[in-house]
Write a protein that binds this ligand. Structure first.
Ligand SMILES: Cc1cc2nc3c(=O)[nH]c(=O)nc-3n(C[C@H](O)[C@H](O)[C@H](O)COP(=O)(O)O)c2cc1C
Ligand SMILES: C=C(O[C@@H]1CC(C(=O)O)=C[C@@H](OP(=O)(O)O)[C@H]1O)C(=O)O
Length: 393
């Protein structure tokens, strides 16, 4: 099972993660991780910080000659902006300098509850860690999880389905063609008309000092039946995915499959009927059982049913607004209207890449729990044995 922690402040020297439980023999290299780090930095609507950073991972342990060796993998992403923050972020003892203290907390951020909880009168001690800068290293961890899943033909893809209330229509085309469209889109959508409207909305929000949120979707293709379990609350895969997604900064809702729509429709329209066709086995499929619909989003009773996993997450609008919101200074208790030096107007496309990463970690975990071993070869033997069993079921 993969366990990881992240460490690092937004304007500190670097972000770090240690991943425990990566089995030996999996191809891992910085360049493939960097592709995802670059994807997270793109996306229409981001602020000035993304001009400063060029995220690249450094692999500091657990990998030798391009392959995992079974020991903990340490990843690091440097904050290029740190050079501009060395005094404000210094770990060395210094006298309190009220001029450097941030005392004006922003609505919608961790600033005020965090300061009250940790007894800080300088909100910087909270905002540095609550910042979504942390998602850079989580994307690197997700890329490691993806390189485990890739070996077994499992792919994880995130994209934007809605932005500020504008919905992207999914054109009727193969999944591969759709992926190509999404990869070329500046907003990671599959609908050019909607994308143009979304960009115009972001421009208007930026001009008026406002921000926008949206909905992202992650699809996991190629998953076998049987990941996760119904037997215990914390083994249910849907529950784990929901937690992973809700842990991403600014995510406020998660749905699996048809999600909230399931509550609005009768059972006859919601549940996916079961069919069997032995020809599927001749065609090389892992099972003769199949569905014609996938409203369950690939998970029933906390267990994968062999269909594509479909999970969506709602991102709230960015809380730092150029148009002032009302707040109160934590020292003087005077009201003020928040000002801002720099912030994103929209980070929904970036959140799609982060969502991909946290979903990949949960799927890799469930996969390793079921087929786990110490090396790629051992896991492959376990997996192949299971596939042969499934075909005969
Ligand atoms: C990729 C990404 C970029 C973000 N950029 C900003 C930003 O520039 N300014 C901001 O105030 N919040 C930004 N956020 C959101 C805040 O980090 C988040 O709202 C805050 O930490 C409070 O957490 P909560 O919204 O989960 O309650 C971003 C979130 C993500 C996922
Ligand atoms: C740095 C990133 O996102 C940041 C997330 C963030 C926040 O409050 O969450 C605030 C902004 O940071 P800054 O205050 O330095 O401009 C974003 O740029 C990143 O995604 O790499």
């Amino acid at each position: 099972m993969l366990r990881y922690l992240t460490a690092g402040e937004s304007h500190g020297p670097q972000l770090t993660s240690i991943i425990e439980g990566v089995p030996a023999g999996f191809p891992l290299d910085a360049e493939s991780i960097n592709i995802d780090l670059a994807r997270r930095q793109c996306g229409y609507g981001r602020g000035g910080r993304m001009q400063i950073e060029t995220d690249r991972v450094e692999i500091l342990s657990g990998v030798r000659w391009g392959k995992s060796i079974g020991s903990p993998v340490t990843l690091c992403v440097v904050n290029r902006d740190w050079v501009n923050w060395q005094e404000k972020m210094s770990p060395h003892v210094r006298h309190r300098d009220d001029k450097l203290a941030v005392t004006r907390s922003r609505p919608g951020h961790a600033d005020l509850p965090g300061a009250m909880k940790y007894d800080h009168h300088d909100v910087r001690n909270i905002l540095e860690r609550s910042s979504a800068r942390e998602t850079a290293v989580r994307v690197a961890v997700g890329a490691v999880a993806k390189s485990i899943l890739t070996q077994f033909g499992i792919t994880v893809s995130g994209f934007v389905t809605e932005l500020g209330g504008i919905k992207a229509e999914r054109p009727k085309m193969s999944w591969e063609a759709l992926q190509g469209k999404i990869a070329k889109s500046e907003l990671f959508t599959c609908d050019e008309r909607a994308e143009a409207e979304m960009k115009a909305l972001i421009d208007r929000a930026k001009e008026s000092g406002d921000t926008v949120g949206g909905v992202i979707e992650v699809n996991v293709c190629g998953v076998p039946v049987g990941l996760g379990s119904h037997v215990q609350w914390d083994r249910k895969l849907d529950a784990r995915l929901a937690m992973a997604l809700m842990s991403v900064q600014a995510i406020k809702g998660v749905e699996i499959g048809c999600g909230f729509d399931a509550a609005r429709n009768p059972g006859s329209m919601v549940h996916d009927e079961i069919y069997y066709d032995s020809v599927r086995l001749v065609e090389g499929k892992s099972s003769g059982f199949y569905r014609k619909t996938n409203n369950a989003g690939g998970i029933e009773g906390g267990i994968t049913n062999g269909e594509t996993i479909i999970v969506r997450a709602a991102m709230k609008p960015i809380p730092t607004l150029y148009k002032p919101l009302k707040s109160v200074d934590i020292i003087t208790k005077e009201p003020f209207e928040a000002t801002v030096e720099r912030s994103d107007t929209c980070a929904v496309p970036a959140a799609a890449v982060v969502a991909e990463a946290v979903v990949a970690v949960e799927i890799a975990n469930a996969f390793l729990e079921k087929f786990g071993g110490d090396s790629l070869g051992e896991i492959r033997r376990n997996y192949d044995g299971y596939l042969a069993y499934l075909r005969a079921f």
